[in-house]
Design a protein. Sequence first.
Length: 256
Amino acid sequence: MTTTHFSLGKKGGIGKSQSCVFLAQGLVKADRKVALIDLDPATSTIKKYAGLEVIELVDMIDRDSGEIDPARFDELIEIANERNDLDDLIIDTGASNCITFFNYLARNDSFELFEAEGHRAIIHTVIKGGDDQTETLNTLSEINDLFPEIEKILWLNEYQHKLRFGEKGAEGIVETKSFKDAKKKILAVFKLPYLVPATEAPQINKMNENGILFSEVKSSGLFKLAEVHRLNKYSTIVLGQIADGMTKVLAEEVKK
């Protein structure tokens, strides 16, 4: 059985692709065999990571109708079925085609198709601090309204701005209506900690620009000794929580 992870979000620049790359690294850390599919035609960023297996699936959106090409979407299911060596398949959908993708998934009971073939489907969505907080939280509500029975994982992105819920920080999300409505299907909540603008932020950006994984930082030759140490520390925090969290999530599935 392949666990298929769908990263969904309506807003660009909120860290959706970043969360997919971190998820892949965390799953590898947990000894899982992982591949990714990038369905974002506007800003395809995942394919630059040579250290990850990235499967190309182009022209998912029909250029004439602007709709999902059913034949191309069916290939996602075929990949999950045929790649028996994979434990996890991560699908990064684009913000530019998110409405079309949301509607297609809902209209065609697409998650049920994956589950009917014996594959587990999990939706991932990002809640970002700052000006995008309200919109990304509303997206969680929309996702839950469309797919109330599908399991979900939340990513709290505090890279640039801390999340604030009333007088509380990120932990206050559990008191929001969006979270409470989806709570029974939320498997885990991962946090992307604040990046210090003068140090951590430019170093993570350099990793992204060059398609470098945490395991490749030292050997890449692009980072000074202090930067390598700083990124290793950040990696321990981020990938550690993902590896531990996903191990628990997957163990619960085995119990079922």
